[in-house]
Design a protein around this ligand. Sequence first.
Ligand code: NAD
Ligand code: UDP
Length: 320
Amino acid sequence: MAKRILITGAAGFLASHLCDRFIKEGYEVIGMDNLITGNLKNIEHLFKLPNFEFYHHDVTTFVHVPGKLDYILHFASPASPIDYLKIPIQTLKVGSLGTLHLLGLAKEKKARILIASTSEVYGDPQVHPQNEEYYGNVSSTGPRGVYDEAKRFQESLTMAYHRFHGLETRIARIFNTYGPRMRLNDGRVIPAFIGQALRGEDLTVFGDGNQTRSFCYVDDQVEGIYRLLLSDYSEPVNIGNPEEITIKDFAEEIIKLTGTNQKIVYKELPKDDPMQRQPDITRAKQVLGWEPKISRSEGMKITYDYFKNLSKEELKKSEH
Ligand code: NAD
Ligand code: UDP
């Protein structure tokens, strides 16, 4: 009998790719989303399949799914800084109440649950690269606190269900991931720079551009999450690509990739923007036998082609 999996945040960027992967592996997939930052276009190709169902539902209210469930992937949450600054309370609620409901559902169904945590649990890190033993440096009252603390609480709640109820839980600490189906106007640096290049605008680098990030292509991320779910490891695992770059150098790369004549302009650095970020993936290598395979140049080419092929209206809509 096919395994049955519930995936929350299914109409969003990452979870829509996870829906594709689990369908491909022969699972029955239930996608759930309230569409607050997601788009049904990301999963409309699945609607005709007999092994895919979609529930339009807000997971901060009680979650009910009839029938058996073997696995749950909890990915619902605003994920880009401009999204979670626009909807801070919903962000706190989906990480706390939403997670509580999904852990309760997992317990009732005796399902294994994996939650989407984030490198943001490390805040503006004082340890570099970040390994899972590092406790982080997060401002609970700063503007990013609504996301970071929701995710930290989510991890604590998940470990409590694991220890107290013996629930099978997995925690993926996801580092910056990119690829097709990101929203052009979600404010994250990759769609921001590509959108600017396509619209003929200057590229906006925040601060002096010396802050670093390490970007993971979505197919690698999906493979890491897939392996983690099927592993027997319940401590947090970093999933990301350790290839690190400054945002200024990254803007130069985008200028080369897109062939734009635009220049870089410098804007104010948002408060609490982490100065450096790079995953230590020793644990993922050891426990999952996983490491990323797709280089930034390969992944960025696919991503640029995706955005280039979007319609003119979509590009226009993404102007701020
Ligand atoms: P996204 O905004 O594209 O997707 C999130 C989805 O969750 C959207 O479809 C949204 O409508 C849905 N959602 C939000 N609140 C909901 C609620 N209350 N009920 C039901 N659905 C709700 O973002 P993404 O980049 O795909 O991120 C997915 C998950 O991965 C998030 O939990 C995020 O924190 C985590 N993550 C992503 C990254 C990354 O680089 N993409 C990095 C770290 C962690
Ligand atoms: N950034 C930038 N210009 C933009 C958007 C983002 O310089 O138009 C910077 C941002 O300040 C941060 C980095 O790019 O230092 C990554 O930002 P993103 O929002 O993609 O992810 P996060 O900060 O959550 O890692």
